[in-house]
Design a protein around this ligand. Structure first.
Ligand code: DMJ
Length: 509
């Protein structure tokens, strides 16, 4: 197959032997001596991330190929949308890491077994768009293989129905897959409320599909909804988490930038960048929201700058904790600065984006230092030294902290090796504490009970597909020894969707 990857990637695509997960440790590298130059360590770290990715994906393939997700501790397979979600979410990670035999096996599975028509399911529109459509768009971008475009069109055509069932022209949170969708929708009217993130995170993928397929219908659907969202946007402020798809209004009383809202902000910026920086409404709403977030939700406790949450316009209800998910925000601010907003990459004022992103990135990293395992919890309390909140001490191997390190490493001109060193510390902890017991070959899993006694957490639960899509990819790209401008994915030329699937910036569309 002819890959449309940058030449360096094509040349480095590796052998097509297909060892099982259990055999892979034989090929593993030895670490360099401690005193070796840092770039030797980086090469080793990058190879190690690739190795863990290969072992983990192989374990999924060995036990659950074609199922949505799997449980590394038991090898059980998980069903969610019944579309082989881990395959679709992992394609571009496999390509970027030159895991050719795993990519080829995934493509072969999709060619023979993936059909959205044969499904009969109600799925989360947001999740299927960011993981499946985003993953296939990216695979098509990187390979030019029409298989991925055809599958994206098949899926995109089904998702369009979700935009037709409501009064506001914005889709509800659920979409049908399979045949006779119109009939199914008629029999079960869509629920009226969705979240800001669900409805505000579809545009990049659907517009990209229009661009690739040369068919404006997907773009038209999301653009109509985006107009509704922008007119409903609160003046000079942030959105609240609920969106009513019938009357087209934001509802709810919480101000947060965690789950239910997060990627709406991220995608306002990225859509502005992706389509030529012409959409002044998107840019203005993004800038206005950043100001409001910093004014109402940020707090400097003397040790850390962090983003909490509160009931709208009621500062007394402020909660001094930060979700792991919120660490998308420094990455977004850094990307905005790279593309000229908030003082640009050389901004020094306290309200410029890059100085804020620096402090937030440090706080996100500090979320990993509160417990001996070095794994951050779902929610971290910032009342003193950052520690996982009681009842929230699970680590799902989410990407947002390493995502912040990756963006800052590529964008912050004053960063030096800071972010790579932080990444190394995080990676070493993951290798020690997230590794499944008895699997010294590198298989990793969700880690629970971080606050448990003896500092040794336990493992359980499924491996979310975002671990392969995002977390491992960001570690791999963070440890790249090349200059940011020479990397396979340059942030001046590419946009990652919220699930870390890269597509090239389209300046005029
Ligand atoms: C991912 O699916 C996406 O990054 C999404 O935007 C929010 N969270 C998860 C990973 O934590």
């Amino acid at each position: 197959m002819l890959y449309a990857l940058p030449v360096t990637v094509r040349m480095l695509i590796l052998s097509s032997a297909t060892p099982s997960a259990a055999q892979l440790h034989l090929a593993h590298l030895d670490p360099p001596p401690v005193a070796a130059p840092f770039h030797h360590h980086l090469k080793y770290l990058q190879a190690d991330v690739r190795h863990v990715t290969q072992v983990t994906y192989r374990a999924y393939m060995d036990s659950c190929m074609g199922h949505d997700e799997f449980v590394p501790t038991t090898n059980e397979c998980e069903h969610w949308f019944n579309v082989g979600l881990t395959v679709l979410d992992s394609l571009d990670t496999l390509l970027l890491m030159r895991l050719k035999s795993e990519y080829d096996a995934s493509r072969a599975w999709a060619a023979s077994s993936l059909s959205f028509h044969r499904k009969r399911s109600l799925v989360s529109l947001f999740e299927i768009v960011i993981r499946a459509l985003g993953g296939m768009n990216s695979a098509y971008q990187l390979t030019n293989d029409s298989l991925w475009l055809n599958k994206s069109i098949e899926l995109g055509d089904m998702l369009l129905y979700a935009f037709n069932g409501t009064r506001s022209k914005c889709p509800s949170a659920e979409a049908y897959l399979g045949s006779h969708i119109a009939l199914k929708m008629h029999n079960r009217p869509p629920p009226s409320s969705t979240t800001a993130a669900d409805v505000g995170t579809l545009q990049l993928e659907m517009r990209t599909l229009s661009h690739f397929a040369n068919d404006s219908k997907y773009k038209h659907a999301v653009d109509q909804c985006m107009d509704v969202l922008m007119s409903a946007y609160p003046k000079d402020s942030m959105v609240t988490p609920i969106f009513d798809v019938n009357d087209g209004k934001f509802r709810g009383s919480r101000w947060t930038i965690g789950g239910t809202v997060d990627s709406m902000y991220e995608m306002m910026l990225k859509n502005w960048v992706m389509w030529g920086k012409n959409d002044t409404t998107l840019r203005t709403r993004f800038e206005q929201s950043v100001s409001a977030i910093m004014r109402f939700l940020s707090k400097d406790n003397g040790r850390n700058l962090y983003i909490g949450e509160m009931i709208r316009n009621r500062p007394a209800t402020f909660k001094p904790h930060m979700d792991h998910l919120v660490c998308f925000f420094p990455a977004t601010l850094a990307y905005a600065a790279l593309h000229g907003l908030g003082g640009g990459v050389n901004g020094t004022r306290s309200d410029d984006y890059l100085p804020i992103a620096r402090r937030l990135t440090k706080s996100c990293f500090d979320m990993t230092t509160g417990v001996a395992s070095g794994l951050a919890g779902e929610v971290t309390s910032f009342e003193g030294k950052p520690v996982p909140k009681q009842g929230q001490d699970t680590n799902y191997l989410r990407p947002e902290i390493v995502e912040a390190l990756y963006y800052m490493d590529k964008i912050d001109p004053a960063g030096g090796d800071t972010y790579k060193l932080m990444g190394r510390e995080m990676w070493n902890k993951i290798r020690t504490f997230a590794q499944v017991e008895g699997r010294e070959d590198g298989l990793i899993s969700t880690t629970t009970n971080l606050l448990g006694r003896h500092g040794r957490p336990s493992h359980s639960g499924k491996l979310h597909s975002f671990v392969l899509a995002e977390t491992l990819k960001y570690f791999y790209l963070l440890f790249d020894v090349r200059k940011a401008s020479d990397a396979d994915i340059s942030l001046r030329e590419w946009v990652f969707n919220t699930e870390a699937h890269p597509v090239r910036i389209v300046r005029h569309y």
